[in-house]
Design a protein around this ligand. Sequence first.
Ligand code: C5P
Length: 244
Amino acid sequence: MTKAVSPADKNNPLFLALDVSDIDLAVRTANKLKPHIGGIKLGMEFFYNFGTDGYERIRETGLPIFLDLKLYDIPATVSAAVRTLARLSPALLTIHASGGIEMMRAASLAAKEADTPPRIVAVGMLTSLEDADLEREGIPQTAEIRTRHLADNAIEAGMDAFVCSPKEITPLRERLGGDVLLITPGIRPEGAKANDQKRTMTPEEAYRLGADILVIGRPILHAGNPEAAAREISESLRPHRSGK
Ligand code: C5P
């Protein structure tokens, strides 16, 4: 399986998290940044606000879409949702690994029925949760062990990709091998504000450690010149692209 997901720039691992609440601004930003990014991540806020019409407007840029709706329900419902969303032809589509192996398998099978099957991405432990939250849920695992456990399940269920924090790239890569796409948010260029991200890494560091896709939002969207910020990040990764 090829790892490339971007027809525009096959190896650009930078995906823009287009977390904006104005559709015209979203379309303008996507078009402007297109030469410097490998794809666009659309999340719940975007999709629930602008629906499939908004989605299509972003898709018109020609960039691959990472549809981050984090599905979680019984296998039959997730399967039906994947079948429906696959008609939009996203390159990547997220589900929660904690929904269980049967749910993930159902999603994977449903995706394969599509004319252009999306890659199903399992989201591990939310980075907003920590050990104490697991204890409260009655889960006798640390966050680190829980993440490993969810990643193992995701692989057993045939997931194509796994979302993890940059700090988890090395242990997960060793554990999961080279075929699985590792996707990391929590990326901050040198000197950028952390915002609410706690354990961050620079784009270069994360990419060199083996991340395949870097999801970056605010450091680009809130920069004085978003186009220049995206270009700078993308150029900083270019020397490390050979061999990937
Ligand atoms: O603005 P920032 O670069 O922090 O954006 C990161 C993006 O990745 C946001 O869209 C956020 O919802 C998403 N994300 C995350 N942490 C996770 C999963 C997704 O930050 N564990």
